[in-house]
Write a protein that binds this ligand. Structure first.
Ligand code: F6R
Ligand code: MG
Ligand code: MG
Length: 372
């Protein structure tokens, strides 16, 4: 029998700006999903938060893009929004841009990573959830996990990994998808996913037998909304072990806190810091961007766990480097590349400034006196 794992997230209001959520929000969401489990709509659930995002982790038998499952998530986020409103939390209901639910969350703002697969004899999964960055933030670690033998030893020494993986890459501007076979097409893959705000890894498949190995959320909130409403903080899950990357090979990819887009006002580059759930709340310059990894095992559709995988001194070095990179990037202030380029910024006053100065720009060939 197949199982579907759905990780659906939204920012529907938070405490102290965009910092964290309150226990009552998590409680309301958990109760809603508990009821859905009791009536058999879903098999199991786990509710948590990373920064200002509430994360609904659900298992069920209904496949991907199912109206009832997405409807359940939508209704849950609506109910949590009421809690946000009750306490005047910040940006209540932010990610529920459309006031009505249209069947599934495709193209709507709550982000989701979802896949249906045959549960193996033992099915370990790692669920990664980030705050203050976009889905392109997964590109580099996914490349390392599934295509870089210096990260994943199994690509060289495990027969099932050795055949390679297919990366499904989405052009988020054109809403198109291309499949690239690795290792033979890794340079083409890198040519695309090195531009992470446009080309985003959607999912990864094992070529040995075609099974799905990883799936990411690919909503780009700014494009969905047509204007800035918050960063499309992404989720991802990766199946592990026994012919797939080992859990340690998945985590290894996060030992380097690479620069991702997002951070303050969704308009800066900052290091992605791997943290425990306890530290999954942004502070400095509304960041730095953070990622949490929760490890589960599926047991006939039930979730066993989680294990809080970055709650470990082995990642202290990555965190220290992220802090150093934070200092380094912050010293650039409003200068690129610390600040994003004009087309990627989610907040900008550039058109207003240009308009104001419109009549004051002169051809360089004209000799003009310096303004005093
Ligand atoms: C970034 C983020 C925050 C806000 C910033 C300003 O994704 O959520 O950095 O952009 O705190 O927020 P507003 O405009 O709501 O005051
Ligand atoms: Mg927010
Ligand atoms: Mg967020």
């Amino acid at each position: 029998m197949t199982v579907t794992l759905s990780v659906i997230k939204a920012d529907v209001g938070s405490l102290a700006g965009h910092h964290t959520v309150i226990p009552e929000q998590l409680q309301v969401a958990s109760e809603r999903l508990k009821k859905a489990t009791e009536v058999g709509l879903i098999e199991d659930h786990y509710v948590t938060a990373v920064g200002d995002d509430i994360e609904l982790i659900m298992t069920h038998r209904k496949g991907v893009d199912n109206k009832d499952i997405h409807g359940l998530a939508w209704d849950t986020f609506m109910e949590v929004t009421e809690v946000s409103k009750k306490y005047k939390l910040y940006a209540a209901g932010q990610d529920l841009l459309s006031t009505s639910f249209a069947g599934n969350l495709r193209g709507m703002v709550p982000g989701y990573a979802e896949a249906e697969f045959e549960e193996r004899a033992s099915e370990p999964v790692v669920i990664l959830m980030a705050d203050k960055t976009g889905p392109g933030g997964w590109n580099l670690p996914l490349y390392k996990i599934f295509a870089d033998a210096f990260n994943t030893a199994g690509l060289v020494i495990d027969e099932k990994l050795h055949v390679g993986f297919t990366f499904r890459v989405m052009d988020v501007y054109q809403d198109k998808i291309v499949d690239l076979r690795c290792p033979e097409e890794i340079y083409d893959l890198l040519a695309l996913i090195g531009t992470p705000d446009r080309y985003v890894v959607h999912s990864v498949y094992r070529r040995f037998d075609g099974i799905i190995a990883a799936v990411a959320s690919t909503t780009r909130m700014s494009l969905v909304a047509g204007k800035y409403v918050g960063k499309d903080d992404p989720v991802l899950f990766v199946r592990a072990q026994h012919g797939l990357p080992a859990v340690g090979e998945i985590l290894e990819a996060f030992s380097f806190p690479h620069l991702v887009e997002g951070w303050m006002r969704g308009s800066h580059n900052g290091p992605l810091m791997p943290v425990s759930l306890k530290n999954a709340k942004v502070t400095r310059f509304d960041g730095p961007p953070r990622v949490v990894a929760l490890g589960f095992n599926l047991n006939n559709g039930k979730l066993v766990g989680p294990a809080d995988m970055f709650d470990d001194p082995a990642f202290d070095g990555a965190r220290a480097l992220a802090n150093e990179a934070t200092d380094y990037m912050r010293r650039h202030g409003p200068f690129m590349p610390a600040r994003l380029g004009p087309e990627e910024m989610e907040y900008t006053t550039l058109p207003v400034v240009l308009k104001k100065l419109e009549n004051r720009f002169r051809p360089t060939s004209e000799v003009i006196e310096v303004a005093r």
